[in-house]
Ligand binder design. Sequence first.
Ligand SMILES: Cc1cc2nc3c(=O)[nH]c(=O)nc-3n(C[C@H](O)[C@H](O)[C@H](O)COP(=O)(O)O)c2cc1C
Length: 364
Amino acid sequence: MIGLLESMARPLLGLLEAEDAHRLAIHALKFRPFVKLVADDPLLRVRAFGLNFPNPVGMAAGFDKHGEVPDALLRLGFGFVEVGTVTPQPQAGNARPRVFRLPRDGAVINRLGFNSDGAPTVLRRLAARAKEGGIVGINIGANKESADRIADYVGLIETFAPVASYFAVNISSPNTPGLRDLQQAQSLDALLRRVMEARARVSRTAATTPVLIKIAPDLTLGELDDIVGAARRHRVDGMIVGNTTVARSATLRDQAIAREPGGLSGCPMFALATRILAETYVRVEDAFPLIGVGGIYSGATAVIKIRAGASLIALYSALVFNGLRLLPAIKSELSHALRQAGCCAVDEMVGVDAAALTAEKWPA
Ligand SMILES: Cc1cc2nc3c(=O)[nH]c(=O)nc-3n(C[C@H](O)[C@H](O)[C@H](O)COP(=O)(O)O)c2cc1C
């Protein structure tokens, strides 16, 4: 039924400006009583960061920025949903148009710039659904005009600790000027020290909420050394690899749209994001698990991400072009691949190709 409705609606959604189509999709999810159709294959269960995921496929940050539809997404079968990026104060983000499809490349460019309903509104929504259960992570970011960006992250940890399954500390959006500088060694050290102190403070009242950092795929290996070093020193619970890329391959077919400034996501970033994932995995040495994000569009690409080092995966752009039917397809292909490989759990596949991938030619 979902498939039928979707196949009728998608050509119409494709005619709308990308952001209007997204708003319509959120409204549809709000008002349709979606039922989870099939229970997950027990083979797909993952335990990571102290949490039990029913399956490893999550909805990446940016789709449900304001915490409007986490339960609809969980009922559709996502193993987890990452709400956000949420900023402390509400902010409008950049001027429209600010989301662009590259249909021939299966890619999206966005320069939303953290449009957010703000922490108080998102907290109210998430508190109202807190008893529903399911894994709902909260991706947090600083306001554009903030005088003390680190204080923004600290405040968000304190605010959302009671309702967050985990935190994703977003230091990798390319659309807030200077935000990515927080990935640099000294700034990251200061950020993680204060974020982990805040988490320890709130843990006295709430359960300990895992803290993950979300990084960009546009890093040198030297920068990645520093980031992983800081993450390990400060004992973060995991990393998300990664956010959108500012790189533009010469092989993109929609070259005119490719010139739009912003972060590119979807198929063309798969190779780079997967390489950075593998490079991260070998540096982390099992200190914590990774969520692999960037360009997943099929069961096969999901398997490659896991073999490159991801214990969990998340996606967004491929859903714009293929609809939500992609989710059950990815999960069943994943089950099939695990059985074929003789694995009894996702865990057994994580990182098996990481070392080999790091020896390959750097992706173009
Ligand atoms: C329209 C759009 C908005 C996004 N907004 C956010 C965001 O607010 N915070 C964030 O951490 N990532 C955001 N992302 C990045 C995604 O979470 C993801 O890291 C990236 O799109 C790569 O995955 P994909 O190729 O499956 O889309 C956004 C992506 C898109 C396409």
